[in-house]
Design a protein around this ligand. Structure first.
Ligand SMILES: [Cu+2]
Length: 174
């Protein structure tokens, strides 16, 4: 090996040491790099939730869900002890222009920073089969489950409300 080659080899080694030395701390300093995505349920902020008071049968839940994260969140199901069967519904005109509600296949997608508004006459959480009367002021426990399997428990007061009585059109309407 010539002197020149040896110097070059040493220089390269020194350069590699310098590169790896400054590589590790900068990786460690980056808070997001190499970390798992937060669970979807942890990035959703639920506000102003309420449920329509009802003696039995169908009812609906409303409020807002805000995605505070940096990835899409998909609400795929809701569950509550007051109704064995629940669905996520959208409301829109049928062929005759009458407002009807139907299941949202695949759930509600909420983009980062967006707020899903659940309101009478629009999107809502549907209680298909309430067995026990739910009176105004009662508290309804709800579990919201997201696409990644994460879930959040929320409570919603029941309120008297007339309206939101759109006709129900069971799934796969098209
Ligand atoms: Cu509905």
């Amino acid at each position: 090996m010539t002197i020149r080659a040896l110097v070059a080899a040493l220089g390269l080694t020194a350069l590699l040491v310098v590169l790896s030395a400054c590589g590790s701390p900068s990786e460690a300093a980056s808070p997001t790099e190499g970390q798992a995505q937060p669970m979807q349920a942890d990035t959703v902020q639920a506000k102003d939730l309420w449920v329509k008071a009802v003696d039995s049968g169908m009812s609906a839940g409303f409020g807002t869900l805000t995605n505070t994260g940096s990835s899409d969140v998909v609400l795929t199901s809701a569950a509550s002890i007051i109704s064995s069967d629940m669905e996520l519904h959208v409301t829109g005109p049928d062929e005759d222009g009458q407002m009807v509600m139907s299941p949202q296949e695949g759930g509600f997608i909420i983009a980062p920073g967006d707020t899903l508004v659940l309101e009478p006459g629009g999107d809502h959480i549907m209680f298909m089969d309430v067995r026990e009367p739910v009176g105004p002021g009662d508290t309804v426990d709800l579990t919201l489950t997201f696409e990644d399997g994460s879930a959040v428990d929320v409570t919603a007061p029941a309120k008297d409300f007339t309206g939101g009585d759109e006709e129900y059109v069971p799934g796969t309407h098209e």
